[in-house]
Every structure is written in structure tokens, then in C-alpha cells.
Design a protein around this ligand. Sequence first.
Ligand SMILES: Cc1cc2nc3c(=O)[nH]c(=O)nc-3n(C[C@H](O)[C@H](O)[C@H](O)COP(=O)(O)OP(=O)(O)OC[C@H]3O[C@@H](n4cnc5c(N)ncnc54)[C@H](O)[C@@H]3O)c2cc1C
Length: 389
Amino acid sequence: MMTERLPEHVDVAIVGGGPVGALLALRLAETGINALAIEARVTTPADPRALALSHASTEALGRVGLWDDSLGATAITRVHISQAGTLGRTELSSAEIGLPALGYVVPYAALAALALDKLKTGKAAVALGTTVTGVDRLARYARLSLATPTGTRYLTANLVVLADGGKLLAELDDVNQHVKSYEQHAILARITPNQPHLGVAFERFADDGPLALLPTGDDYTLVWTQTPAGAEEKLALSDADFLAQVSARFAGRIAGFTRVGHRASWPLALKTLDRVVGRRIAMIGNAAQTLHPVAGQGLNLGLRDAATLADLLAITPAAQAGDPATLARYADLRKKDAGRVTLFTDGLISWFDSPNPLLKHVRSAGLLALDQIGPLRRGFARKMVYGAR
Ligand SMILES: Cc1cc2nc3c(=O)[nH]c(=O)nc-3n(C[C@H](O)[C@H](O)[C@H](O)COP(=O)(O)OP(=O)(O)OC[C@H]3O[C@@H](n4cnc5c(N)ncnc54)[C@H](O)[C@@H]3O)c2cc1C
């Protein structure tokens, strides 16, 4: 619900109404907490990302109306993982664990548009077209400076939640961000396969970087990790040459592609915080951690940040929302899950990035073992479905 007039004070101010901020705002609207989501956008820009979401994430979104047919979600029924130049491969299937899908793929733009729509029409209070330009934190409350369509305004809150993707982190004097650049870019493009994809997703570890194919409608979304120079070179290729290079990397697995849409490139880095809370502030989603997309875990993890904070605030008196004890509890609740998923994603990159030929054989053996050992394979598939916790 759009606010007619900005309040002067709220219990919880949520900066950012992307998928993660919207989930928190809509969850808090179910409680008596006086919360306001502040979102800079009024419409969603084009965005080439496609997001693979676990079953658990779709349930968390569905609980507040953020999962419906307008998203055009595509079910992943099988995932094929392989390493080029070796026999190493494994296949996970939803049928094997008795479920209709291992996960679902949605365009980021569709999910962000639904989030905006639910913020506008649902019970959560939202200020759209409003950018937070400053965060001053005092002992008993925080004060936000806002650039609104009608000029600068100020708002105080017991607790500020940063769900802005991390843009305002530099403002905080008590939280440090660590950035590890992978010196890699992800090339994103919609590509149309020659034959129907039947819900099969691919993860292929090629010598010059991993490629993922996520079934998206009738197409695939390609996520191809390259060095910055490699990405520049791939973007400059003609459509035919680009498709030929992708086809060559999936030779024997996919019967080629007919068309490629707009190609975009995205710099990749791991961004983590020394603490996900500070004075009167808590971070969720990409503001708390930004991961490499190779394992498709960033939003899945961010949604769990939002759900955990919503659960905690629902049992905390509103006046104590930003107290050190509440914030310490939130940080504690998120530590294990966030730590594990971050380590897993970063480890996957280091593990598959090494050119060491010995390691290549070890990786191949690992994939084959996963393929041969039923309980291990099914356990891995269940982790995809219910979240990599
Ligand atoms: C190539 C790629 C592929 C990915 N694939 C997957 C995947 O398969 N699965 C997965 O789980 N994750 C994936 N991710 C990660 C996922 O995209 C992010 O984790 C997710 O979008 C984070 O959501 P968020 O709501 O935290 O932030 P965002 O989506 O960045 O939303 C932030 C919101 O805050 C608003 N905002 C920013 N600053 C301000 C301000 N000062 N004032 C007011 N509003 C503000 C913005 O307008 C925006 O709406 C991928 C990422 C990339 C780059």
C-alpha cells in the first residue's frame, strides 16, 4: 500500500523493495509491527538475470503472494553436471526423489515486478520513487534522509534493515565489507535450443569457465563465466559464431541452438561483511552477502535472511526491534546457513577453476562417484529442493 504521507517515525524502515526487502515488508505487515519499505524504483528495469529457486524459496515467496502464474516459472526436472575433457558427469532428477521439480527458474525482472506490485497493492506500507540518501544511527534510533518526488524528507526508525543490494554499506562506520573480485564476468543471454529442453538444466565446467543453462520458458538462459577479456571477446562475436562456441561446449549433450538474444556481461565478486548487523541496522539479501552465481544460491539465501528476521521481529516488542540483543540474535541465527552457503559457492569456484591436471581427474572422479552412489546423489538433489543448508 503506497503511503499518502511519509510518517515521521516507524518501528522498522526497510531500505529496498527488491525480492528480499519485499518479502520482509509483506511478512511484517502480517504482524502488528509498524514498518515502511522505501524503494527507489517505480517500475522495474529490464534485467537479463534468470534465477533458479529452490522449492523452499518458492514456498517462502508464495506465503506472501510473491509466487504466482504471472512469473512464468519453468520447472527444472533434471540437472546435468559435467566437466569438459573428462568422463566426469552426474545427473540429478526430481523423479528419483519423488517430486515434480528440483527447483524453478524465474526471470528476475518478473519477480521484481511482482514484488513492486504486491508492495503497491498489499498491506505493507511502501514509499515508492523514494531513495534513501543517508543513514545516521544514534543510540536510540536511526535517522534516514530521503530523496522523495516532492523533495528531501527525514524519517526515524528503531531499526533500519538494508535490503538495497549493498549500495549504502559504505555509509556505515561500524560494519566492514570484504570484496574478493573473481576477475570474472558472467555473460548472460537467452538462447533457443533446437529441441525442447524438457526441463533439463545443465552445469558444464569447461576449461575456459563454467557454463550454466537454465530452462526459461521455451528457451534457456545461458550464464557463461569468462575472464573480463574473454567476456569482451564473446560479446563481440556474431550471433552465429557465439552459438557455435556454446554448441561446441555442449557437443553430444544438446542438439545445438537456433537463436541468441541480447548478450549482457556482469562482473563477479564475493562480497561479505565482518558482521551483518551494526548500530540500529541489520543487513539482508545481497546487502548481507553477494555470491558468485555459479551455484544459484544468492537469492535463495537472501530470502532466508528475510524470513528469519521476520520470524524474530514477530516475537520481539517493537520498541526493542533495533536493540543490540535483537540484532545479535539475528546475526547468530544467520551465521551457520550464510557461512556454509558462502563457503560452498566460493569453494566450487576455486575447485573447478584450478588448471591443475591432477585436480581435473579428482573432480571427474568426484562427479562419477556422485552419479554412482544413489544415497549421495539423492541427498544432493534434496539439498537443491529444500535449500543448501
Ligand atoms: C548473473 C546472476 C545470476 C544469478 N542467479 C541466481 C540464481 O540462479 N539463484 C539465486 O538464488 N540467486 C541468483 N543470483 C543472485 C540474485 O540475483 C540476488 O541474490 C538477488 O537479486 C538479491 O536480491 P535483493 O532483494 O537483496 O537485492 P536487489 O535485487 O538488488 O534489490 C535491491 C532493491 O533496492 C532498491 N534500492 C537500492 N538502493 C536504494 C536506496 N538507496 N533507496 C531505496 N531503494 C534502493 C533497488 O531499486 C532494488 O529494488 C544471481 C545473480 C547474478 C548477478
